[in-house]
Design a protein around this ligand. Structure first.
Ligand code: NDP
Length: 434
């Protein structure tokens, strides 16, 4: 607290890890002696920079760019870029810290980092977004590279932005390398990368359900967000026979009791990725309920998949979900449950998967994109999807192994934190005091 004043989300993310690791650390004092946790909460490097750009009318704007290079013990820094007006150093430190453990869980050789800007792509023209991305990359390009730091997309950074960022990097460096992931499939991107986080979250939920001899078939599913992760979570829930009934954005929530079917999902993709509209337009088109400035957690469901942003489920909302019979929560977003909500889910012993385990499919397929770039070949959809499924199953098994309690119940938060920590901690010890 004294060292990182006011960094609420960063402190929340660290507290959760410290709480669940303490028993394990007491049994393994070498990690305490080497001060591994103290080292892990200190970024290896933080880069902050000015991003000047001009809008279509010629007005000058100044945004702030960030890259937190958190930990490179097991591979080059890897993690997304977020463009959203609410970000600050605290948000990027929390995301980068989570990313280190998540990347370790994928079993691929990737360290952790995160970055972005307080730039808001909403309401900007393609040309404005391009000029911003070019200015942002002009500085960022000095700090990244295929062996150093490989950024990807996150909130506000999708295929369009990755394209502009990659183009500027290539132009400045005069080299075509796999420096970013989430690229277009025609120029180095991997099939299934756009789908990976949403699909992976649902695969993870399915694995948890299997432990209770159950499946997604016939389940009513509430989903928040309506961006990349939410859209493909809907798609996979449909593939597995579930019924997705909600989507949201920062203005409100739609509730479709008949279920969001494939045709409606196509409309959502067009609405959000094509002309970048609001989810309220879904309610008008299909004549369903729209709850302005509300989140979906009051809607009755079996499974909840928060796929929008951090701290989007309060303690009170967690109570409502539990009261309504929700017994599976798999986090597509990063830290969407508040500290209170998380503890309510854990105490109720429902099937609760933290983001660093459930949403690791995105960065896992980014890792597979890096492999394909290095090998200069591309795998088929089926190959990548199969590898994604295997990785999600393996992460589930690791969490179940390290998170098994005496009563047989699995604490997935504890499991993910211990499994992710051990690999990074051992590498840090082997590499000496660096
Ligand atoms: P998108 O930008 O594609 O979509 C984000 C969605 O969340 C939009 O519907 C957006 O609404 C909503 N949202 C964003 N900020 C807020 C907010 N402050 N309050 C309410 N709603 C908000 O991002 P992604 O789908 O890629 O990311 C969603 C989450 O998943 C994030 O937590 C991200 O870190 C996490 N994640 C993403 C991965 C990926 O591969 N993309 C990988 C792992 C995790 P609006 O349009 O109104 O802004």
């Amino acid at each position: 607290e004294a060292k990182n004043p006011g960094e609420k989300e960063f402190q929340q993310a660290v507290l959760e890890v410290v709480e669940t690791l303490s028993g394990f650390l007491i049994k393994n004092p070498r990690y305490i002696q080497a001060k591994i946790l103290e080292r892990m909460v200190e970024p290896e490097r933080v880069i902050m920079f000015r991003v000047p750009w001009t809008d279509d009318k010629g007005n000058v704007h100044i945004n702030r760019g960030y890259r937190v290079e958190m930990n490179s013990a097991i591979g080059p820094y890897k993690g997304g870029l977020r463009f959203h007006p609410t970000v600050n150093l605290n948000i990027f430190k929390f995301l980068a810290f989570e990313q280190v453990l998540k990347n370790s869980l994928t079993s691929l050789p990737m360290g952790g980092g995160k970055g972005g800007s307080d730039f808001d792509p909403k309401g900007k023209s393609d040309n404005e977004v391009m000029r911003f991305c070019q200015s942002f990359m002009t500085e960022l390009s000095r700090h990244i590279g295929p062996y150093t730091d490989i950024p990807a997309g996150d909130i506000g950074v999708g295929g369009r932005e990755v394209g502009f960022l990659f183009g500027q990097y290539k132009r400045l460096r005069n080299e075509f390398t796999g420096v970013l992931t989430g690229k277009g499939v025609g120029w180095g991107g991997s099939l299934i990368r756009p789908e990976a986080t949403g699909y992976g979250t649902v695969y993870f939920a399915q694995e948890m359900l299997k432990t209770r001899d159950d499946s997604m078939e016939g389940k009513t599913v509430t989903i928040s967000g309506s961006g990349n992760v939410a859209q493909f979570a809907v798609e996979k829930v449909l593939d597995l026979g579930g019924k997705p009934v909600s989507l949201s954005d920062s203005s409100g929530t739609i509730y479709d009791p008949d279920g969001i079917d494939r045709e409606k999902l196509e409309y959502v993709k067009l609405l959000k990725n094509g002309y970048r509209g609001r989810i309220s337009e879904y309610a008008e088109k299909y004549d369903v309920e729209y709850y302005e400035n509300k989140r979906p957690w009051h809607i009755k469901c079996d499974v909840a998949l928060p796929c929008a942003t951090q701290n989007e489920i309060s303690g009170e909302e967690a109570d409502t979900l539990l009261k309504n019979g929700c017994f599976v929560v798999a986090e597509g977003a990063n830290m969407p449950s508040t500290y209170e909500a998380e503890h309510k889910f854990l105490n109720a012993q429902i099937l609760y998967a933290p983001g660093k385990a459930a949403n690791a499919g995105g960065v896992a397929v980014s890792g597979l994109e890096m492999t394909q770039n290095s090998m200069r070949l591309s795998w088929t959809r089926e190959e990548v999807d199969e590898k994604l499924k295997t990785i999600m199953k393996d992460i589930h098994s690791m969490c179940a192994k390290h998170g098994k309690e005496k009563d047989g119940n699995v604490n997935y938060v504890k499991g993910a934190n211990i499994a992710g920590f051990v690999k990074v901690a051992n590498a840090m010890i082997s590499q000496g005091l660096v």
